[in-house]
Design a protein around this ligand. Structure first.
Ligand SMILES: [Zn+2]
Length: 408
């Protein structure tokens, strides 16, 4: 039985921090070859980016494996919350963390589980690691997420031919409990240790000379690899994990939206929560959260048994045919267009201007949501948008999330 990767999707935040902007703020000379890094917006974190990355490829998945060293919750499973936002019921959710090789470990265990008949499984790697402000890592560590679907036979784009992992007890990057910033070993010894761990893992996997890539390079490799071409996807951190893949068929790469460069380091620092205070909002009781989970987390609405109309929220009477009690729970579409909108400059929100819109989703349901990742002048009636799960505020030590829309 061939097990491999059938689909892949990446999520890269809209904002970037140009290296020149970072260098100007710290009085450093800009380094050659460093251009800019992706920056998660104020309402994003590893959990929300994981939802965005996994959303187009998660239908029918039986497990969600989330790999992150920067998830917003230590206890209170982020993977379970990702599955909820994806509208998946009765799935096995597992959180992988502790090391930058967590994504590789999740991939290996996903392949084993699929071979044991427990697929398909969506593996998501998502991180917003925070380097110490002013450190050399700050202008290079990208925020982002990668999701891939592991399943058997049908439709796989690359099959797994070998895999192995080796462990190293000396940490090259670390963040102790309660610490905010990741510390990384800048010495030659650190990078040498990761290289030799990679060689050891490749040997253990039984492959000699094979091209290696990082997991973030996987979508590009899947798009251009010739049939039969092999590559080893490597994840390093406290050892190394390798998954050797053989291309079966190309997987087209979807285009990314043009990024928006930040022009001010302070704006970056504020959006990443390095300065200023976090938004604190009203506490939502667990009882209420549980009652409304299908509607608020999974964004389930209703579909009329008489006329087929989808609506949000689900209600007693159909908005189209006015029939009573004909609605079955149904997850609403995640894409649509702006029907009408308003730009609110009085609301004391995070941005100077808050855009609120009525969005007509592609299945006919209509939702009222905030538009995020947008310059207000870009918004127009008819603008194509995609729903995106975002962090609203903190309450009682817990981050709270809801759906917004972003331009496609
Ligand atoms: Zn109806």
């Amino acid at each position: 039985m061939d097990v491999g990767i059938s689909r892949v999707n990446r999520y890269v935040p809209w904002l970037t921090l140009p290296h020149a902007v970072w260098a100007r703020a710290w009085g450093e000379r800009a380094k050659e070859g460093v251009t800019s890094r992706a920056v998660a917006n104020f309402d994003e974190d590893a959990l929300t980016m994981a939802v965005d990355a996994a959303s187009p490829i998660a239908d029918g998945a039986r497990a969600i494996f989330l790999a992150s060293t920067s998830a917003p919750l230590i206890e209170g499973s982020p993977a379970a919350r990702v599955a909820g936002a994806l509208g998946l019921d009765e799935v096995h959710t597992v959180d992988f963390g502790g090391s930058q090789r967590a994504a590789g470990d999740a991939a290996i265990l996903a392949v084993d589980a699929v071979r044991a008949g427990r697929g398909p499984i969506v593996v998501v790697a998502s991180d917003t690691r925070i380097a110490e402000p002013g450190s050399r890592f700050e202008p290079t560590w990208n925020d982002g997420a990668l999701a891939f679907r592991v399943e058997a036979n049908a439709g796989i784009a690359a099959r797994v031919v070998a895999m192995a992992s080796v462990s190293d007890p000396v940490a090259v990057a670390w963040r102790a409990d309660g610490e905010r910033f990741v510390t990384s070993d800048e010495s030659r010894a650190g990078s040498d240790a990761l290289k030799s761990a990679t060689q050891a893992a490749l040997k253990l996997a039984g492959v000699g000379s094979v091209k290696t890539i990082g997991w973030t390079e996987l979508p590009a490799w899947l798009a251009r690899a010739e049939r039969g071409e092999t590559v080893a996807a490597v994840a390093t951190g406290d050892g190394a994990t390798v998954v050797v893949l053989e291309s079966v068929k190309p997987l087209p790469l979807s285009a990314l939206r043009s990024p928006k460069p930040l022009t001010d380091y302070n704006d970056y620092a504020r959006r990443r929560g390095l300065i200023g205070t976090a938004l604190v909002g009203p506490v939502v009781s667990s009882v209420l959260e549980r009652q409304e989970a299908a509607s608020l987390i999974s964004l389930a609405g209703g579909r009329c048994r008489s006329c087929g109309q989808t609506q949000y929220p689900r209600s007693v009477r159909c908005v189209k045919c006015h029939a009573l009690a004909t609605q079955d729970a149904a997850r609403v579409a995640r894409e649509g267009r702006v029907f009408t909108y308003t730009v609110d400059s009085l609301f004391d929100g995070w941005e100077k201007e808050t855009v609120m819109a009525v969005v007509d989703l592609d299945d006919g349901a209509r939702v009222y949501v905030q538009i995020t990742d947008v310059t207000p002048s870009e918004v127009a009636v008819g603008l194509r948008v995609r729903l995106t799960y975002r962090r609203l505020h903190h309450a009682d030590g817990k981050p709270l999330y809801y759906w917004k829309a972003r331009p496609e």
